[in-house]
Design a protein around this ligand. Structure first.
Ligand code: URA
Length: 252
C-alpha cells in the first residue's frame, strides 16, 4: 500500500513547482483532489490512489527526474513565467521535456550557476536554511575594500532588515577602476550580495555565482547547461556529508 504524502510534496515531486510555490498554488484554489478543491496546506494524498488535478491537468504519472546546472546570462529572470513576457531561464532549456524550475533564484542581472530540477527533494535539501550550503560569488565593485570592510563582511553586515552571517571574503583583483571580490555565503536573502556591498558603500557592477556546494560552472558556456552526475545530486542532497560544503579555499 502506498504511503500518504503531503499534497505540496507530491506536487513538487511531480515537477509542478517547488514545495513553497506548490503551497501558493494550493492556497489559490487551483488544486483538486478526487474532484474536490483542496485549499488546506496540511492535506495528504495517497500517490497512485488519489487523483490530483492542477489547473485542470491531471498529475501523478511516474516522473523521470532531471537535474541541470545552467550558466545563466544576465537579462534572464529565474522564474518559470513572467507576466511582462521577459525572457526567463526556461527559454534556455527548451529542449527539456519535463516541467523543471530553478532552485532558488538569481537576480535578473546576476550571472552564473543555477540548478534546475523537477525533484522537490533536491529543492528542499538545497534551500532549507539548516543545510548551510555554501554559495560562491564573484562581485566586481566600484572601489577597493579596506581592511575594516573585509572585517565587517567576515563578522556580519547589517543590510537593513537583517544582519548577515559571517562570510568568507577574498580579494581576487584590484585596480584603478575597482576590484573583484570572492564572497562565500550560505544564506540566500533577497539581493544579499548586492546589499552587503551597498551597506559598505560600494556598487556591484557585475555579479557572477561561480559555485554552489560541490558544483561549479566550469566548462559550461554562458546560456548553456549540463546534467548533474548522480554522485553530484547525492552530495547536494546531503547524502554524502563530507563533500557537501564546497568553497574553493576551505575555511580560514
Ligand atoms: N545576491 C544578490 O545580490 N543577487 C543574486 O542574484 C544572488 C545573490
Amino acid at each position: 500500500m502506498n504511503k500518504e504524502v503531503r499534497l505540496q510534496k507530491f506536487m513538487a515531486d511531480q515537477g509542478v513547482a517547488s514545495r513553497r510555490k506548490s503551497e501558493e498554488i494550493i492556497l489559490e484554489g487551483r488544486v483538486r483532489v478526487n474532484s474536490k478543491i483542496v485549499k488546506e496546506l496540511g492535506s495528504k494524498i495517497i500517490p497512485g490512489v488519489d487523483k490530483v488535478i492542477v489547473d485542470g491537468k491531471s498529475i501523478g504519472g511516474r516522473i523521470s527526474y532531471v537535474y541541470l546546472v545552467l550558466n545563466k546570462p544576465k537579462g534572464y529572470l529565474s522564474t518559470t513565467d513572467d507576466p511582462k513576457n521577459r525572457k526567463t531561464v526556461l527559454d534556455l532549456v527548451k529542449d527539456i521535456d519535463q516541467r523543471i524550475y530553478p532552485v532558488g533564484r538569481l537576480d535578473y542581472n546576476t550571472e552564473g550557476l543555477l540548478i534546475m530540477t523537477n525533484d522537490g527533494d533536491l529543492t528542499y535539501a538545497m534551500t532549507h536554511p539548516s543545510k548551510e550550503l555554501k554559495k560562491t560569488y564573484h562581485a566586481t565593485i566600484d572601489g577597493v575594500l579596506s581592511i575594516e570592510d573585509v572585517a565587517k563582511m567576515r563578522k556580519g553586515v547589517d543590510i537593513g532588515d537583517y544582519v548577515t552571517a559571517p562570510a568568507e571574503v577574498y580579494i581576487l583583483e584590484e585596480n584603478a577602476d575597482g576590484s573583484v571580490i570572492e564572497l562565500i555565503i550560505h544564506e540566500g536573502k533577497y539581493r544579499q550580495v548586492r546589499r552587503m556591498f551597498e551597506a559598505l558603500g560600494f556598487d556591484v557592477k557585475r555579479l557572477v555565482r561561480t559555485q554552489i556546494g560541490n558544483i561549479t560552472k566550469k566548462g559550461i558556456p554562458r546560456g548553456k547547461y549540463r546534467h548533474l552526475k548522480k554522485t553530484e545530486v547525492k552530495v547536494l542532497k546531503g547524502q554524502n556529508k563530507r563533500k557537501e560544503r564546497g568553497g574553493k579555499h576551505g575555511k580560514r
